[in-house]
Write a protein that binds this ligand. Structure first.
Ligand code: ZN
Length: 133
């Protein structure tokens, strides 16, 4: 079951360039940065109510986020929905013929588990499921 939006992720070339807008202009609560090795990204996390805004900076040329920026430029990268049981949610989506990028969950930020859906099903908005630790 989808419980809420967990985070909205924005792809950027440089965290240092974009953190000041979210932290100092919008004055969102800044929670710091974190590296997610599995996805080859460095995140800057901001909190708005129950939702995080995450800036994603690629840490390697072969990072999926680097490929995204190369193709489409900086901008909105994905919406992540928080679920109570990620395996059950994946099974339910597959049962409805939805294509998954990740058929089994992998590691996300803060010890969470995540899985991406293919964007063909979601009006080209990359969609992620997140189950918190
Ligand atoms: Zn995410």
């Amino acid at each position: 079951m989808i419980e809420q939006i967990n985070h909205i992720a924005i792809a950027v070339r440089s965290l240092e360039e974009h953190i000041p807008f979210y932290r100092d202009v919008l004055k969102l609560e800044y929670r710091g940065t974190e590296v997610v090795e599995d996805q080859k990204v460095r995140l800057a996390v901001f909190r708005v109510g129950e939702v995080n805004i995450e800036l994603l900076e690629p840490t390697a040329a072969d990072s999926p986020v680097a490929a995204f920026i190369e193709k489409r430029g900086e901008g909105m990268h994905h919406i992540s929905y928080q679920v109570d049981d990620i395996e059950e949610q994946i099974a339910e989506l597959k049962g409805k013929q939805i294509r998954m990028i990740d058929e089994t969950p992998r590691s996300g930020a803060h010890g969470s588990r995540i899985a991406f859906l293919h964007s063909r099903s979601s009006a080209k908005v990359l969609t992620e499921l997140t189950q918190l630790k």
